[in-house]
Ligand binder design. Structure first.
Ligand code: NDP
Length: 272
């Protein structure tokens, strides 16, 4: 049976095995999908041993996405631009290809929620790995403008310069922002520390859709705040998780699974 896994540390609570098992059932693929908690300083050895054992592919999550980028023998354009890899695939010739499916997962989930991206004014909060991973996919949808705002302005500037050839993109500090925006995406990790990115409530209008990449069993703090301040729609990042997994699955197996039913089951599972 073809073997796959997710690598991370910590990784015990990963939802990836749940998602990929449902995808495999749905598409009738014979495969197994496990979890590998590699030592923080031992990713390369662990992933090399995995592929030596004839495994076909894996997902990579924090803190190993940059190391996976280095490990890959060949990279897709979107992975090169992201500077990080969340999907490795071993080809029939034994070549290890690195890809990044986070942006495709986000765009798939936005479209499944009927959020229009073409000609939209998009604000992306945060300039870390998650933000960098989604910029090329967002720009491919030809928004009117993509504004990246970050607490540390210089990091937003760096991202805007990496992606400037791909579309209309600019950098901002939180205090210099002026709307309106059709879509605000929160890619900061503020919620993990119990806080919110410090932006003005005036950026939210009754036309603004909100996407928080964070997810948990409850409504996220950012989405609760945005709803209170009049956002028309709030979406959390669980669908992005399923979307990026669907894209990885298609890369490995050549068949694209449906994300919607799996997202419903995952949300049910998360609610416990
Ligand atoms: P990084 O550590 O690379 O970046 C963190 C970002 O958050 C930086 O831009 C940082 O700003 C900002 N930040 C942190 N704390 C605050 C705060 N209190 N106020 C404002 N900004 C803050 O993390 P990642 O980019 O890898 O991940 C970010 C989030 O996205 C995480 O919550 C992660 O779980 C989520 N994510 C979700 C995915 C999904 O599938 N749904 C996929 C990938 C990530 P500064 O530069 O100033 O420090």
């Amino acid at each position: 049976m073809d073997q796959y896994a997710v690598f991370g540390n910590p990784i015990k609570h990963s939802k990836s095995p749940f998602i990929h098992t449902l995808f495999a059932n749905q598409t009738q693929q014979q495969m197994s999908y496990g979890i590998v908690e590699a030592p923080v300083d031992g990713f390369t050895e662990a992933v090399q041993a995995f592929f030596n054992s004839n495994a076909k592919g894996c997902n990579i999550t924090a803190p190993f996405k940059e190391e996976a980028f280095q490990f890959a023998q060949s990279l897709t354009d979107r992975a090169r631009l992201a500077g990080a890899v969340n999907t490795l695939k071993k080809t029939d010739d034994g070549l290890i290809i690195g890809d990044n499916t986070d942006g495709a997962g986000l765009v798939l989930d936005l479209k499944n929620n009927h959020v229009n991206l073409t000609d939209a004014r998009i604000l992306l909060l945060g300039a870390g790995g998650a933000a960098r991973g989604v910029c090329s996919s967002l720009l491919a949808e030809t928004p009117a403008k993509l504004t990246i705002a970050n607490r540390t302005f210089e990091k937003a500037e760096t991202l805007a310069s990496i992606f400037k050839e791909l579309g209309n993109i600019s950098a901002s500090g939180f205090n210099d922002l002026s709307g309106p925006f059709d879509l605000i995406i929160n890619s900061t990790s503020a919620g993990l520390h119990g806080s919110l990115p410090n932006i003005s409530t005036s950026l939210i209008t009754p036309e603004t859709a909100i996407y928080d990449m964070t997810y948990n069993a409850e409504v996220t703090a950012f989405n609760a705040w945005a709803k209170e301040n009049g956002a028309r729609l709030t979406i959390d990042g669980l669908g992005m998780l399923v979307g990026q997994a669907a894209e990885s699955f298609a890369i490995w197996r050549g068949v694209k699974p449906g994300a919607k039913q799996v997202l419903t089951e995952l949300r049910h599972n998360l609610a416990g």
